[in-house]
Each structure stands twice: as structure tokens, then as C-alpha cells.
Design a protein around this ligand. Structure first.
Ligand code: SF4
Ligand code: SF4
Length: 222
């Protein structure tokens, strides 16, 4: 999932400070799971904004709505009326959601309440960890299901570097060395032969540089 974190409340408040009619929009997917922008967080945000404005003695109307997914246009249709009435839309979705809102509501100022962090998952209660750098050319079949692009601090494809110490990374001492993890897992599975070939340089043309990427599924098109 996409993991995001709410910006500091003062920063969010300053983004909507010039406006009196605010629509706060949550998203029912990833940001609900990581407790940053779901229905509950939207209501907390709306209350906080009303409270802050009340203390300042400035009027404000804060409407709320949480859609199933901000990143799919059809789910934004029910927002039309409230968006029309608002001066600013405060998105509590990830950066993708913010952009889809801005596209649909071209005449409205749209601002992000969250900082979008990474693609990852739940490591333990209250802790989310990055797992994929969305490189577009997955090599997990060569590395025992452990991503060297994201989990190695240097994104080495042929690790470990000389700095792995006691199974931990030299860049972040508290982090396990990804290549130690890869070695241990491949050894446990009897697949150490996968480490013999030197992997060629990665094809980064599938990664993020060079403009937005697309996935097109002809069988899913209307
Ligand atoms: S190799 Fe690329 S696609 Fe696969 S997990 Fe790592 S960053 Fe993600
Ligand atoms: S110590 Fe391990 S994880 Fe850290 S940079 Fe070197 S190979 Fe990568």
C-alpha cells in the first residue's frame, strides 16, 4: 500500500488559511489503513480546523466526505456538489489522490494534508516500512523475495558492500543489511547458486525518470 503521514497541523492550517469554505476529502483505501486520511482522520481534521478558526475569531465552514478511492475518477463524482460550494479542497489522500481531485475540480484550489512516503506495509502495530521502490523491473525472483533496490541503503544489485557488519547496514546501523537477509534466505532455501552470477546493471528506463509511466490493459478498456 501507499504509506502517508499527516503534515503538521500548523502546516495544514496555513494551506487553507485564506479560505472560509473548506471541503476535507478522505480516501477509503491505503491512507485509511495507515491511519492518515480515512474517515476518522477527516473528522478529526475538520474539528481541528473549526477549533483553530474559532480561537482566531475567523469564520469557517468545513464540509467532509470520504470517498472509496481518490485515485479513480468515478468515485469522485459524488463530490461534485460539495466541491462546487467549497473554495478549497483539502485532500487527505496520497499524492495520487490530490492530483485526481485537482484534475476533476479544475476550478478549485486543491491542497495536500498528507506527506506521501512510500510503498510498504505494516511491520508491527503502528510501524509501516518501505518495501518497494516501484522500479518497474522487479528482480525479487533473483533475491529471495527481498528487494535490494529499497532495502539495501545503496540499492546494490550485487551485494553486500564492504560495510555490512554483524548483519547490519553501515549506513543505518539499526537496519539489517539487505544482502545479509538475502543470503540467509537463499541459503535456507538451498538457492545460493542464485548469487553466483554477477547481475548486469539494472535497466532504470522502467523506473521513475522520463515522465509518468502507464500500464495499459487492453482487455480492461471500454
Ligand atoms: S525490484 Fe523493483 S519492483 Fe521489485 S520490489 Fe524492488 S523496487 Fe519494487
Ligand atoms: S551494508 Fe548491506 S544494506 Fe547497507 S549498503 Fe551495504 S549491502 Fe546495502
Amino acid at each position: 500500500m501507499i504509506v502517508a503521514e499527516r503534515k503538521p497541523m500548523e502546516a495544514v492550517a496555513s494551506l487553507v488559511a485564506p479560505y472560509e469554505r473548506i471541503l476535507v476529502v478522505g480516501c477509503g483505501e491505503c491512507v485509511t489503513v495507515c491511519m492518515a486520511g480515512g474517515e476518522k482522520e477527516v473528522e478529526v481534521m475538520a474539528s481541528a480546523l473549526r477549533l483553530m478558526r474559532g480561537k482566531e475569531g475567523r469564520p469557517v465552514t468545513v464540509e467532509t466526505e470520504t470517498v472509496q478511492r481518490q485515485c479513480e475518477p468515478e468515485y469522485l463524482v459524488p463530490l461534485d456538489k460539495k466541491a462546487e460550494a467549497a473554495e478549497v479542497i483539502l485532500s487527505m489522500g496520497c499524492g495520487v489522490g490530490v492530483q485526481f481531485l485537482a484534475e476533476r475540480f479544475a476550478q478549485r484550489w486543491v491542497v495536500p494534508a498528507l506527506d506521501t512516503k512510500f510503498a510498504g506495509g505494516v511491520r508491527e502495530a503502528g510501524v509501516w516500512e518501505e518495501r518497494c521502490g516501484l522500479c518497474g523491473d522487479c528482480v525479487l525472483h533473483l533475491t529471495g523475495g527481498i528487494c535490494p533496490v529499497i532495502r539495501c541503503s545503496k540499492s546494490l544489485l550485487n551485494g553486500p558492500c564492504g560495510g555490512s557488519h554483524g548483519g547490519n547496514c553501515e549506513i543505518k546501523r539499526e537496519t539489517r543489511c539487505a544482502w545479509q537477509l538475502i543470503y540467509d534466505r537463499l541459503k535456507g532455501l538451498g538457492r545460493l547458486e542464485l548469487l553466483t552470477p554477477v547481475l548486469p546493471p539494472k535497466d532504470w528506463s522502467t523506473a521513475r525518470d522520463g515522465g509518468p509511466r502507464q500500464v495499459v490493459r487492453e482487455d480492461a478498456r471500454l
